[in-house]
Ligand binder design. Structure first.
Ligand SMILES: [Zn+2]
Ligand SMILES: [Zn+2]
Length: 360
């Protein structure tokens, strides 16, 4: 893995092009969202040698261990023709949190599947963005700097995606540092809770899947429990072991909603409620959440997410209009064979929803 990681960086980070995007500090649009200013469009269509180089990288992804069992056979063109209407994917993960591929490999895959604007949104983590930015320049697509923040709200854990942030912003960095410290303690407690339920060695097992020493998540436990035969898929592990009411669930205080929104805005970004349909919140609770989020300056909700049914696309499109929150979309992609929806698979944003990228 490390060897591959180094190769990926060598392949992608020789670029000298600055970030294709930087967020304007002097923003003026509604609700503090601001606009993203194009500093420099990505380079001209890459030449044939770049195509070969990226093709080799995609092949090396397919060979990457220890994730062989997550591999899916595919044969992607690294530089497909771009569609007339830009395609956005504003939520995905790399090895800098709980994704299976390095940031460069994630960007290469998204580009190969026709994404034009990609946000890398690792959990509580910004360290993958530099590599992703270089890779995006090389691949000829636009990288939107992002993160996915863990938030506690009324006994629920929510995720808030940050889009268009300045990764150097000290307030955001400090906030994320505090959240990550909490994650390590929580991982130990999850291991203890699972051991108490008769599943020994889960903490050590989860550690085998950790790809960044800075971050351990429930997904790492889920992968180990699949390996150990407790479930066939990671989503079943969450359902049976890691969510509230199940043996490996531990409550944990994350950031508050207003802290998360405050940090994101301080870093010049937009705050987006991730996959709202996934939370165990009834309709009254959802209206309360969205009203509170709007009132503290939240910017958008994910309307399109693989966590949503098509009926929920319509439901959250309506919420987006009613609460005057913009609509976002993201595959929440974690790795080949693990995420049922891939880059480029999401449908068009429903009509009437103001997209989160309107002022970019
Ligand atoms: Zn999430
Ligand atoms: Zn996510």
């Amino acid at each position: 893995m490390l060897q591959f990681h180094a190769a990926a960086i060598t392949a992608f980070c020789a670029c000298t092009v600055q970030s294709v995007f930087a967020r304007s500090k002097s923003t003026s649009s509604s609700k503090g969202a601001g606009t993203i200013r194009v500093v420099q469009r990505a380079l001209e269509r890459p030449i044939e040698s770049k195509r070969r180089e990226t093709g080799a990288l995609l092949e090396s992804i397919r060979q990457t261990e220890p994730f062989a069992r997550f591999r899916k056979a595919d044969n992607l063109d690294p530089f497909p023709p771009r569609s007339a209407v830009p395609r956005y994917d504003l939520h995905c993960h790399s090895t800098h949190s709980d994704g299976l591929l390095t940031p460069a490999a994630v960007v290469a895959r998204a580009a190969a599947r026709g994404v034009d604007f990609l946000a890398l949104t690792d959990h509580d983590e910004l360290s993958g963005l530099a590599e992703a930015r270089c890779a995006a320049s090389e691949a000829g697509i636009e990288l939107v700097c992002g993160a996915e923040l863990s938030v506690s709200w009324n006994d629920n854990t929510l995720h808030v995606v940050a889009l268009g942030i300045d990764p150097e912003n000290p307030r955001l960095i400090e906030g994320l540092d505090a959240i990550r410290i909490g994650r390590s303690a929580r991982a130990r407690r999850i291991g203890d809770a699972l051991a108490a339920a008769g599943i020994e060695g889960a903490y050590e097992g989860a550690m085998k899947y950790v790809t960044s020493e800075r971050l351990v998540s429930r997904t790492h436990f889920a992968r180990y429990l699949v390996e150990a035969g407790y479930a066939r898929e990671t989503k079943d592990v969450f359902k049976r072991y890691l969510t509230r009411g199940n043996p490996g669930y531990v409550a944990h205080p994350w950031a508050t909603l207003s802290q998360a929104v405050g940090w994101i805005h301080a870093a010049g970004g937009q705050a987006v409620i991730a996959h709202p349909g996934r939370y165990k919140i009834n309709a009254t609770g959802m209206r309360g959440l969205l009203a509170e989020f709007r009132d503290i300056g939240g910017d958008a909700i994910e309307v399109l997410s693989p966590s949503h049914t098509s009926a929920q696309y319509t439901e959250f499109a309506t919420y987006s209009r009613v609460f005057e929150l913009r609509g976002s979309c993201g595959s929440d992609w974690h790795g080949p064979g693990e995420s049922w929806m891939d880059f480029g698979d999401l449908p068009e944003m429903p009509t009437g929803v103001v997209p989160v990228w309107k002022d970019w």
